[in-house]
Ligand binder design. Sequence first.
Ligand code: XBP
Ligand code: MG
Length: 258
Amino acid sequence: MNGTLQALIFDVDGTLADTERDGHRVAFNRAFAAAGLGWDWSVDVYGELLKVSGGKERIRRYLHEYRPDVQVSGDTDAYIAGLHQAKNRFYGELVAAGDVPLRPGVKRLVLEARVAGLRLAIATTTSMENVTTLLEHCIGPGAPRWFEVIGAGDVVPVKKPAPDIYHLVLGALRLLPGQCLALEDSGNGLRAARTAGLPTLVTVSDYTRHDDFQGAAVVLDHLGEPELPVRVLAGDLGCAPYVDVAALRALHAGQGQA
Ligand code: XBP
Ligand code: MG
């Protein structure tokens, strides 16, 4: 490790909020219906498609693996981009309607971290617009500004599990990986953070609980609240009943001895 904990770098989808099953998936299906396509991504099919990071990449995989019969007329990239744009409009509506809840402990921890002087950042596969919509509606209108760096979407050529988005965020923060802690929910996210050298806390979601979390500092069911203690699935959180700044500092310091 390179000194004390300075910054928390949050993933978004699955980590800050349960965005996938009732958010992105539903929005994809609305976009497909609006385009007159007979496609409907079930909860199970979406779980399979989630192995691919990125919404555009996910549509491409679906066409390739599930609908090889479909011939897109014209430019496939433009066709996918159009569907994805429509998906994000529907996603924004779902977030604004309150259908995409924050995960337990997220708002509390973000507020505590600010008070404690920890720097905050985001490293995500989804777009900047989706991130700001989520933060504004679920935390508060000023929340996007609390995050000093938001690395989002297509700003890097390769998405998670590649480490590129974490490299970009670390560069913008001017911090070394050992001065930060990443918070992720998926095997792809963990691999991205670990490849960038970051100690990583994982909170699993329904879609990711069977992913490979080898290398995580700790794996939890969620961040917890005083009245909702966490369950430790792998690693050690000491005797903290939920994740607060003191628990994160202790976890980070422990990584130095690992
Ligand atoms: C999650 C993803 C994203 C979202 C949808 O990545 O894979 O693709 O499902 O995002 P992360 P877009 O957890 O790293 O944020 O459709 O906007 O790409
Ligand atoms: Mg995620």
